[in-house]
Design a protein around this ligand. Sequence first.
Ligand SMILES: [Zn+2]
Length: 257
Amino acid sequence: MRVTADVDSIISLSNELTSQLVVPPSVAAGVCPRCRTWNDSDSNADCENCCEISARLGCPAVPLSVVSLYCKPSPLRDWLTCYKGRIDDSEPFIESYVPNVRALLGRFIIEHGRAIGALSDGLDGLVVVPSTDRPGPHPLEEIIRSLDIDIPVLPILRRGHGDLGFRKPSRDGYEVTVTGHTGQRLVVVDDVYTTGARINSAAYALVQAGCTLGAAIVVARRVNPGYSEAAQEFWNGQRAKTFDWAASPVVSEGNHE
Ligand SMILES: [Zn+2]
């Protein structure tokens, strides 16, 4: 997967934003290998939330590829919320944040797009996880189209009947609307990850439709340092690390079996 748009300006802006990024963890004791947050054990077992996803969907949570961690409040959180605003107007749309989100995802693909493609021995398309409540194309989809990547952006998912919410993935949260993609190798992308209900439900729908998941990418994975002492310690440790575009983002296979 390759970016063919204005690579130099994407690199330059992403460099300016780097000070706001927090290194996601490598797989280690105390880290969930799927969603890359702390887990409550001394092993590298799946966290409680990923176990819940697995129980509800009947298949393991996707191992995530992650650009950065974030917490609330933070500039990164604001960029990722207000580049689209909220449909109920509780958060404004701030147009100047759109290039920031574009630079973060664009730079990730510039640095790691080749590795992502290699995970599934090539990619046939990219699917953005549709919004839970916003009609029409997701604002992230427009951003990705503007990067002129060398694989098609496929609008083949829509919200299904299943309820989706905080810690609530659903087998029919999304449905595939277009036939003919069976057997294709896809990468699924979302802006933020909190409990994984959306991206895991989207991945489930695609795999059920016969697609192969090459990777599941999120720009930022939320951490709540106030949740526990272990969470705070995890956050402090990651924040103390220096973010490096080549070495810091996590690239994981998207296997969803
Ligand atoms: Zn997890």
